[in-house]
Ligand binder design. Structure first.
Ligand SMILES: Cc1cc2nc3c(=O)[nH]c(=O)nc-3n(C[C@H](O)[C@H](O)[C@H](O)COP(=O)(O)OP(=O)(O)OC[C@H]3O[C@@H](n4cnc5c(N)ncnc54)[C@H](O)[C@@H]3O)c2cc1C
Length: 493
């Protein structure tokens, strides 16, 4: 029986390990932290459950597929609950817009917000549908190992004007600035600036429309737990709380994997779900390949980081939906501050997560769980002392949520804490504290992203946000399919 090792138990690593184990390859996951999940880590505090990362679960079919490989059903391990509306978009002047795939309701919302843009919205939706078929359904889970793979995709990219930004393309369809923001903010969910990210990423709009927006009962951590349970039932092994420190190579082959505790084992194939820079710079530090790639990765644009305030409140808020995007007074200028200038702006746009509206089990009776997230520049652009700035920003964010929705927020707090760019470095070895790995620019997508199989070390593979197609749960689960295809074929020789 061939033996494979997957370094890291993020969504990408887990999906890859399930695919390998399902195909009869004895697979071991080595995870640095005490729990699986990676960016989807979880904390339990004073009866509240706080999911660290992904909250918008889309493309449930891609997850179903992992269970179906062994004839099982996702529903055996996880209950997915529909979320409606998908998001409420809210502006400082009190305007709000509910966004969903309920077409009559969505049309009524557009008619209320921007009556002149209904026809333009239809054209945009058609465009999003086309790029979804081309970019996600056809190419979302295939590896781009050769430049010729990119050339083959080029006609479709040109046809869909992939060189234009999502915001630019949306602006061609609709005139209302608020609707432009509502239809373009999605790239932020995968670390991209709507002003510069390729219009191909408008596919997220169609992906949500087609598959819906879901919540895993008990939290995203239950989805992670379900994946771990499936993997272990299949016979896979997982070692927690023991970071890999080295992937040893002999010639152009990965031979052994060594962890901090001194555990060392040989494998036929090794895949890393860890941060791209960490993988090459640290884990492959022994040979020339690691340093060479680290140098090249240092030249790339890395996506911003995030600052997240988690808080548990006394009371319940039936009027606050599961997902709210609270737009600030500036859109383009704010994005430039985060992505280009690297300053900490005075204003912000906040994503407010309120899971207890869907699933009260995440808080004690009569109480509510929230997180408020703002994108911030990564540490390479904004090298500030987060221990000092964190509490100040936390208060400003809570004040803004209070101003708009919960006037006595500070009096109701039972527990709170925040997560900063520095935590992304310390907990996840994330380069510059980037929350989504390489920025999803056209020049850093597909072949230009981390390759699913290394070009030189022939049995070393990559999976996760730094590889094609990129960040987000559907993205990394797609990357796992691409990587598994290569590994299974290579191991079967
Ligand atoms: C706050 C936040 C909110 C988000 N919201 C959403 C959302 O709503 N919907 C969505 O689809 N996406 C969302 N995302 C993006 C999504 O969470 C990520 O793109 C995705 O989970 C990344 O998965 P990954 O496979 O790349 O692995 P990661 O989650 O990055 O996990 C990598 C794992 O590798 C481990 N590791 C690293 N180095 C080593 C080592 N040396 N040895 C052993 N283990 C190692 C790490 O500990 C970690 O567990 C969000 C991200 C964040 C941060």
């Amino acid at each position: 029986m061939k033996r494979a090792c997957v370094i890291g138990a993020g969504f990408g690593g887990l999906a890859l390990a399930i695919r390998l184990q399902s195909s009869g390859i004895a697979t071991t996951i080595l995870e640095a932290r005490d729990k699986a999940g990676g960016r989807a880590y979880v904390w339990e505090r004073e009866g509240f459950t706080f999911d660290a990362g992904p909250t918008v679960i889309t493309a449930p079919d891609a997850l179903e597929e992992l269970w179906a490989l062994s004839g099982a059903k996702l529903a055996d391990d996880v209950e997915l609950m529909p979320v409606m509306p998908f998001y409420r978009l809210h502006w400082g002047d009190g305007t709000s817009f509910d966004y969903s795939n309920d077409e009559p309701r969505l049309r009524a919302e557009i008619a209320r917000l921007a009556p002149g843009d209904l026809a333009g919205y239809e054209d945009f939706a058609q465009f999003a549908e086309e790029v979804y078929r081309e970019g996600y359904q056809k190419l979302g889970a295939v590896p781009f190992l050769r430049f010729s793979d990119m050339i083959r995709a080029a006609p479709a990219l040109v046809r869909h004007q992939a060189y234009r930004s999502v915001y630019g393309r949306v602006s061609g369809f609709v005139k209302s600035e608020k609707l432009r923001e509502a239809l373009s903010f999605h790239t932020l969910l995968v670390g991209g600036n709507p002003m510069t990210t390729s219009s191909i990423y408008a596919l997220i709009h169609a992906l949500e429309k087609e598959g819906g927006v879901w919540w895993a009962k008990g939290g995203t951590n239950r989805l992670v737990a379900g994946m771990v349970a499936l993997f272990e039932r299949l016979g896979g092994k997982i070692r927690l709380a023991d970071p890999v420190v080295r992937v040893h190579t002999v010639g152009n082959r990965a031979s052994e994997v060594e962890t901090l505790s001194g555990w060392r084992e040989r494998f036929d194939a090794v895949a890393s779900n860890g941060d791209l820079m960490h993988t090459y710079r640290d884990l492959l530090a022994d040979g020339p390949r690691g340093g060479q790639m680290a140098k090249s990765l240092a030249q790339k644009r890395w996506s911003p980081s995030l600052f997240v305030v988690h808080f548990g409140l006394e009371g319940t808020w039936p009027g606050i939906p599961h997902h709210t995007i609270m737009f600030g007074p500036r859109y383009k200028g704010l994005l430039e501050d985060i992505f280009d200038h690297g300053v900490l702006p005075r204003d912000f746009s906040i994503y407010l997560h309120h899971p207890t509206i869907t699933d009260p089990s995440l808080a004690p009776p009569g109480m509510s769980t929230f997180y408020a997230l703002v994108p911030v520049a990564h540490l390479g652009k904004l090298p500030i002392d987060w221990a000092e700035v964190g509490p100040i920003l936390e208060k400003r964010i809570l004040d803004e949520v209070g101003l708009r929705f919960i006037p006595d927020i500070h009096d109701r707090i039972i527990t709170k804490f925040h997560y900063t760019p520095t935590d992304f470095v310390d907990d996840l070895a994330a380069y510059k504290g980037s929350a989504f790995s390489l920025e999803p620019l056209l020049t850093q997508s597909a072949w230009f992203r981390g390759h699913n199989r290394d070009d030189v070390i022939s049995n070393f593979y990559l999976v996760g946000a730094g590889t094609h197609p990129g960040a987000g749960v559907p993205g990394v689960v797609g990357s796992a399919k691409a990587t598994a295809g290569l590994m299974i074929a290579d191991l079967r020789g």
